[in-house]
Write a protein that binds this ligand. Sequence first.
Ligand SMILES: [Zn+2]
Length: 679
Amino acid sequence: MKKLPGTIIILFCFILAVQKISTQDNGLVNTSGSPYTQLSGVNLDDAVWTRGFWAERFEICKDSMIPRMWRILEDPEISHAYRNFEIACGKETGTHKGPPFNDGDFYKWFESVAGVYAITKDNGLNQLMDDIISTISKTQREDGYIHTPVTIDQLNKSSDKKEFQERLDFETYNIGHLMTAACVHHRATGKNSLLDVAKKATDYLYDFYKRSSPELARNAICPSHYMGVVEMYRTTKDPKYLELAESLINIRSLVKNGTDHNQDRIPFRLQTKATGHAVRANYLYAGVADVYAETGDDSLLTALNLIWQDLVQRKLYVTGGCGALYDGVSPEGTSYKPSEIQQVHQAYGRDYQLPNITAHNESCANIGNILWNWRMLMITGKAKYADIMELTLYNSLLAGVSIDGKGYFYTNPLCVTDDITYTLRWSKEREEYISHCNCCPPNTVRTIAEIQNYIYSLSGKGLWINLYGGNTLSTTLKDGSELKLVQETNYPWDGDIQISFMQVPEKEFSIFLRIPGWCNEAEVSVNGEKMDLSLVPGEYAELKRNWSKADKIKLILHMPVKLIEANPLVEETRNQVAVKRGPVVYCLESVDIPEGKKIFDIALPAKIDLKPGLISIKNSDIVCLEGKAEIADNSEWKGQLYREISKDNTQPANIRLIPYYAWGNRGHSEMTVWIPLKR
Ligand SMILES: [Zn+2]
């Protein structure tokens, strides 16, 4: 055999090494090759929940949420979402029914199946996805266009409806979710079947935007496709997809007579505030973060940083909820002329405008904030973004679905009372199917199906632990070496976390532990020896050494019960407190106070001793808080707006607080997060 020249051998070894280094390209959001990121995620099946809080939620997602939602989606008498695809591909006859964004919401549910399949490798799910893809792919036009409302109309010749004619037809929203679902499916199964459909659709969008007018750019309602197009670029490496993503952001600057509602009144790069429809806003911010991760365009990151600051300092609920207003007026509009005032709905309000009973906080907006903050975490490596993710995951995300996985909320208020004299538009009881807008339920399901992908991330220095929960990790570090470890903890119910190694590379590398922003006292030990480390709340602590398989890391995050107050500019919560323990926000439900009393009669003494206890709600063991509050002996407010206060009419009363996410799981009840403080 002829000997290979040395340079070729070196080149060959280099190619092999590069291939090995780039094995982490099957993550949920694949930033492994993104030049302007500090971190990237692990592969879809690297981290698996084992025991504890999130393992239980994952099981409920797999066994209850996903199959129940499939039965609803495939039943044309209830949802018509799947039937629309069957009609569009010619398998069935009929007309399109349901909202125009039904396709996108179906893709979100499909993505949750792929997310679960990545972990379970369940053949039944694989087959189900194959069958569904076979139907979806047949609804695609030769030119790549795919959107059942228009396709069915054109098939039936019932109107002369054309693509992208209706601004509120949500075509790009639907196609965006197709792209994301296709990338997750491809990474979970190795199959190209849905990815090929998504490629054709992305090519269609590329050609469409080449010839479209700036006016048509306004059709980007609820822009899931910014994230989708960038993820298609990451999956296929086709540079024209990145070109498309950049042009989609840039074309927004050309919109004439835009609105804050749709975040296009002023060019994105000049924006400094979280504004308008909160789902659209957060999807936009997440998509822009994706474009920055690939291009390094600083003007995009500057705007994102200012908007993020505005959100967390002035507009975010204590539960992580986003979007205070049902309906309102843009506070940022340029004119006070009545005819020019811009309406917003389901939207961010003014600074510090955070009402509780009428808080909108759409589940999709809260999820959009998770998607955005994950991307900011990958870009910067800063724990403050993981803090927001954790806050949202434990509180405003989980409140959107019942503990048994059967019912969903569209809005997530912080107070519910039977005494209001008006009707709120959205139900305050969870529903299995939200008939006029079922966007939130499948979004909630796909998020819960995919949380394990947020636990860890990687950099050239080692492994970053972002979230805590019982799980195993089997991954490949950036240099190609293998790492296996086990995380054991009862988090969030206590803050003791143990990490044991099962396989470690023989070299020095770092483990970065997130010290949550809420944690003022933490301890780290390795093999029982306390580490002399600077543990700063809201930052990662770096443990760098040559690890051995026998090493054990113990992290203790002390989590005393805390009473939280809001900036006094939040008028709605002045002289009230919220109760928090670790990352979990608590609430008071009417079933947990003495009979005949109202939740508004309860006040918490500043020195109240709230002790953790256990309660089982819908077969889930939950840590509640119990203590002695004060209860006022208030008479009824009969037709009064104001009255003189009664003095010395309070009595001690035993109360129980439960996590906010668990409210509304024990029959009809009233609920409040903010409770008056008795100083
Ligand atoms: Zn929604």
